[in-house]
Structures are given as C-alpha cells and as structure tokens.
Ligand binder design. Structure first.
Ligand code: GLA
Length: 395
C-alpha cells in the first residue's frame, strides 16, 4: 500500500508537471491565482503578522527563500522584505521567457527581481539554464542527433545563454540550477529521454548535462576567478526516489568528464504525508556522504493526494478547515525539524511562493481547484504553519 502510494504520488507529479511547459505569464489568471474574491477556508484570516521574521529566526541555520514574479513584488512586498532573504525567479529566468529568440533577451521581469534582491540585501537562485520544459524553439532549430556540426551549434547557443545570464546577474545570484529534472521518472532508466520530452537528451544524449555544468563553471570563473565555488546545483523532484541516479550522474560528471558539481536541490513539492522524514533523511545521508551540499529549492505542501489509491482520482476541492490547517502546520514542523538537524549541509530553504492566492497548485493537477500549500492564505494572512516553523527555530 505504501509503495502504491509513493508511486501514485510520483504519477501525480508527472501530471502536475504536464503544465510546467506552459508556465503562465505572471499577472495572467492562469498563473495560479484564485479567480474569485471569496476564499474557502482561511482560518487565520484575522491573525496579524506581528511576530518574528522567518529570516531572523533561521539566521544561524540557512537563508529562507521564496519563488517570485512581478506579481509578488507588487502584491506581497511587506511579507517579502520582512520574512525572506533569498529569492528565486519563478518563471522570469527560464529560457523561453528570458531568451525568446536567438538575438533577443527579455530582461524586464528578471531585472526587477534582481534589483529587488540587491535593494533588499537578498541573494537569488538562478533558475534554470537547462530543462526539458520552457525551452524556445530557436534553441534546437537545425540541430540533428549525431551531427557533430549542428551539435556544436547547440552547445554554442547554450554558451551564449549561460554567459549572458551570468554576466548580468552574477553579482546577486549565489547559486544556479544548472540542470533541472534530467533524471527519468522511470526508475529503470537513468535519464529523461526524448520519449519523456527531453529534446536535449534526444539530440545530445547525456552530454548536454556536462556541457551545461562546464560552461557555467567557466563563465563564472571568467567573470570573477574563484567565484564559481559552491554555486553549481542539480535540481529535481522526487529526490527520495531519484537520489541514487542523481549521484550516479554526479559521479559520471566527476570521473568521466572531470566536472564537479557543488550541490543538489530537492524541489520539495510534497504533500501532507509524502515523502516520509525517514526517506528524506536517508536521501540526505547519501548526498552528504558523497560530499555534496543540499538545498530545498521549491517547497510547498499540497493538501490533496490524488493518487492515494494508486491511480489518478482527483480529490474534490476542500475548505481549509482548522483540522487541515493544524495537520499542515505539523507537517511543516517535522520538515523544518529535519532541515535544522541537517543545517550544516543545507544551503537554503526556498518556498515555491508566498500566498495561497498565487500557487501553481491552484491549477495543477486539477485546473481551478483551490489549494493551500503556502504559509500565507489567499488574503495574505499568516497560517498556523508560519508560527509552527518559527517555533521550530526557537524551541
Ligand atoms: C518545476 C520547476 C519550477 C516550476 C514548478 C511548478 O518544479 O522546476 O520552475 O515550474 O515545476 O510550476
């Protein structure tokens, strides 16, 4: 049953990720906003946010980050400046957004986020150079598998892209998601291949992974010698299931390619029971033993579990009852206890958003179903989980 559940959640994530390719534009209705003005649930609606700041409570542990777009800078500014000291561009640095045509960069939103970080003393995670989703068509145009000349063109395009972003944001980005989600969802395979939507792999095999890490290391060193240290991360979901293959990839990079990566990002799109703390600790232990750093890069906790029967059965929308709020707060508690216990190895903990008003989970895997994954409700009032996480830092 447990195994069924685990696999089920992976399946649910696959479905969830089917929408990632078309990450909606910030400001659009489909970007995860609850369309209506009324909010189901929301027990903490009258709770003032006058307690301590998350970033202060965790100052001696790790930076506390959140994913943002322009919407966040305009709508939850006070929460951002009070509680967070690290940012990730939710979509603005993805290749199809920031580099929509070969000769065109669209810097506007990423520049705003970088400026907000600089102005407020926050560092950023650079997300992400290479992914199977959100890649513009020009990148692969004219490239053929097995054709060395066209593959050299693909690598040169990647080099231009990586160098441009590192030059522009190298001062404020303290770690980069060099490659995102390259490991297969099929445990029998190491890499996500063309059948799973990776044009990178279909054209270049696993070589593209080595290109990306090598090019980023070189670009950082060219910009400022010594500055690449500690900054190059591999990022993925379901790390409890993928950890051995991620470490095999890191060993291949090191032994066959002479490329050392610095750390591994656990996205952290979890639910109220999966994955277990025990399984997470076991995955951390393997990564620590192999000598890599860890970051929690995209943390949120859906209240739904659409695959608990083993096949996709979308759960109906629920209200955020006091019981659910307590259960979620307890789950955040056990996760933050785990993170603190591993703080020597964890370089940041980043939430995938701020307010339940704006989460990808309001549209994935069930379009329009309200979810409650974050620390502030849809009215931007703190939920019980905020205090619980603060309590973990000050027991
Ligand atoms: C993945 C990506 C993120 C984001 C989320 C959900 O985890 O790494 O950038 O797109 O999916 O939207």
């Amino acid at each position: 049953m447990k195994q069924e559940f685990t696999c089920g959640f992976v399946l649910s994530f696959l479905l969830a990720c089917s929408g990632c390719a078309t990450n909606p534009a910030p400001g659009s209705d489909s970007a995860g906003g609850n369309s209506g003005g009324s909010m189901p649930g929301g027990n903490a609606a009258n709770t003032p946010d006058n307690g301590p700041a998350l970033k202060t409570a965790y100052a001696s542990d790790f930076p506390i980050g959140t994913a943002v777009g322009a919407w966040h800078l305009d709508n939850v500014t006070d929460i951002l400046t009070k509680h967070f000291n690290h940012l990730t561009a939710e979509n603005a640095m993805k290749t199809e957004t920031i580099h929509p045509a070969e000769a065109t960069f669209n810097w506007v939103e990423a520049d705003r986020i970088a400026k907000f970080g600089r102005d407020n003393g926050m560092k950023l995670a650079g997300h992400t150079f290479v992914w199977h989703r959100a890649q513009p068509a020009w990148l692969f145009s004219g490239v053929t598998a097995g054709d060395a000349t066209s593959l050299a063109t693909l690598k040169a395009r990647l080099k231009t892209h990586i160098e441009a972003l590192i030059e522009r944001y190298g001062d404020v980005v303290d770690n980069w998601d060099i490659v995102n989600e390259a490991i297969s969802d099929d445990s029998a395979k190491r890499y996500r291949d063309g059948a799973e939507g990776s044009q990178w792999f279909a054209l270049a095999g696993e070589e593209y992974i080595a290109w990306a890490f090598q090019l980023a290391r070189e670009a950082l060193e060219t910009r400022e010698p010594g500055s690449s240290k500690g900054k190059l991360y591999y990022n993925d979901y379901s790390m409890t299931l993928k950890v051995d293959r991620v470490l095999a990839m890191a060993a291949w990079l090191k032994n066959d390619k002479g490329i050392t990566i610095d750390g591994i990002g656990f996205q952290g799109h979890y639910n109220l029971t999966w994955p277990s703390v025990k399984d997470l600790q076991a995955a951390f232990d393997k990564i620590i033993a192999a000598g890599y750093r860890i970051k929690i890069s995209e943390l949120d906790l859906t209240v739904y579990s659409d695959y608990h029967t083993g096949s996709f059965k979308p759960q109906p929308m629920v209200n955020f009852t006091p019981e659910l709020e307590t259960q979620q707060a307890q789950r955040y508690r056990e996760l933050f206890e785990l993170f603190r216990a591993n703080k020597q190895h964890i370089t940041s903990v980043t939430f995938w958003g701020v307010s339940d008003e704006r989460s990808w989970l309001n549209n994935e895997p069930v379009k329009g179903r309200t979810d409650y994954p974050l620390l502030w409700d849809a009215m931007h009032k703190p939920k019980a989980a905020l205090q619980t996480i603060l309590d973990v830092a000050a027991p």
